[in-house]
Write a protein that binds this ligand. Structure first.
Ligand code: SF4
Length: 255
């Protein structure tokens, strides 16, 4: 909830040719608590960005309303440390790119969007993240080549991994294959499956704990805080789940 608002209107990207930027900048808001109103021809440029930063420091602004382009662009330019709240009002894509230039209704539309942006900056509350409760353990369901690769890559990225395989050993379909199709140039010879080396890599990795001969009984909770119960009775606290449960061969007789 910003107490002191700064409103900045950009006239770049054709906005200045399509709207009365001066009038837009001075738009009246319901409770009129706007401390600074400025417009600039290139708000995302060095000078424009410095003006906003300077006002935050010197005027104590805690809410910045920027009427310019889409909030999806220039995110890095218009980013300020908390508690400064940023509200982007999209008068480029949502107003001047899709409505006639220098038209009374187009101007009113931009002004309404700006009023709504100011109201949001004054009333919105930034929610507190639940970061302490979030668990980052990754559950991989399925110990075939896909699941094993996912488990190893997640562990390499620094995550704890729980790998569940319903059979008594890892490997999945690879256990049934003698060789694999050629994967390296000159693509003439069949290749080893590399299964044993892959399983050893999993077993040697301290971040990966393997559960074989069991399946998922039930999953409760939400992303970041799942409680997953296995058929062997164990319950795991899990942050995210990778489903790698394999495939069934298609019945070619149907073709
Ligand atoms: S990209 Fe956005 S901030 Fe930069 S000049 Fe265009 S409308 Fe203004």
């Amino acid at each position: 909830m910003a107490e002191k608002l700064g409103v900045y209107v950009c006239s770049g990207c054709g906005i200045g040719e399509a709207l009365d930027v001066e009038a837009l900048c001075n738009v009246s808001t319901k409770d009129g608590k706007i401390a600074v109103r400025k417009n600039h021809a290139f708000l995302c440029g060095e000078e424009g960005a410095a003006i906003i930063k300077g006002d935050i420091e010197s005027e104590g602004i805690d809410g910045v309303v920027i009427a310019a382009c889409s909030p999806r662009v220039k995110v890095d330019v218009f980013q300020y440390d908390p508690p400064v709240f940023v509200e982007r009002v999209n008068i480029r894509e949502h107003v001047i790119w899709c409505h006639p230039a220098n038209d009374e209704d187009t101007q009113m539309l931009a002004e309404d969007y700006l009023r709504m942006g100011c109201a949001r900056a004054q009333k919105a509350v930034v929610p507190e993240p639940y970061s302490e409760e979030i668990d980052k353990t990754v559950l991989v369901v399925g110990g075939g080549i896909t699941g094993m690769t996912a488990a190893l890559e997640a562990a390499k990225a620094g995550y704890e991994v729980r790998l569940v395989e319903k059979e008594s050993a890892l490997g999945g379909m690879l256990n049934k294959l003698h060789k694999l199709y050629p994967k390296t140039p000159p693509y003439r010879d069949l290749e080893d499956t590399g299964l044993e080396a892959r399983i050893k890599e999993i077993e040697d990795n301290p971040k990966i704990k393997v559960f074989t001969g069991t399946e998922i009984e039930k999953t409760e909770g939400a992303p970041g805080m799942y409680d997953v119960t296995l058929k062997n009775g164990e319950t795991l606290r899990i942050g995210s789940i990778i489903q790698a449960t394999g495939f069934k061969l298609y019945d070619a007789a149907k073709l």
